[in-house]
Design a protein around this ligand. Sequence first.
Ligand code: DGL
Length: 269
Amino acid sequence: MNAQAPVGVFDSGLGGLSVLREIRRLLPREDLLYVADSAHVPYGDKPERLIRERAFTLTRFLVDQGAKAIVVACNTATAAAVGQLREEFTDIPIVAMEPAVKPAVSATRSGTIGVLATVGTLSSARFAALLARHAGEARILTQPCPGLVEQVEAGELTSARTRALLEQYLRPLLAAGADTLILGCTHYPFLKPLIRELAGPNVDIIDTGPAVARQLQRVLDRHGLLRKSGRGVEQFWTSGDSQALQNAASALWGSGVLIEKLPTDTVVI
Ligand code: DGL
């Protein structure tokens, strides 16, 4: 493996761009490959078996493109697949993510924490194990958020429907006294301004993206794979309609992105 090689990142759709932007900020020299599995978004209500197959296929694709490390920029795919992915791809480091329960337990003053995530993440054995390890005395309230991923995919970060969904999901958490909210899905950081507005200034909102970028930096450094010079570029693929995705992706990324279509054999299940 060589330090000049790119880092491969994937998500069910555009949510992982919230992680990609943290990686780009911290590691400006790295070339980054990003796959949005838009033909299969959302992962949150899909069976684990399907998500696992997609995670294998996309990781294989990124490895074939020469990736030196993989970032699973998706909590749902991590919950469903990361163990098996690491067993299968033994010679490449895989950085994954899960809801930031541990930092939230340190941050809470009221002792009540809300976790916003997909049904898949919240119902996974991996999440149950995470709570058993880190929840301690804190009261952890989980809130599945169906529909939010679709709003972000559509670029609707502030529409009336997005606001109504968020109000519905935040209300019980805030009423129960949650003073810390964990964004347990990589799509939700794009909704942070609206969440902040609805939750008010006294609630901590915790996003895992920056910690994932730091973990990637540590892992690359440990393997002697950090790029020491140059200016990194990004390359984007989707399993969905690349034309249709272009506008929403460019808006979320903050500058024009060119999205290529994945080869057909990596699109179907
Ligand atoms: N963005 C992903 C996550 O972090 C998946 C969301 C979805 O496709 O349901 O969980």
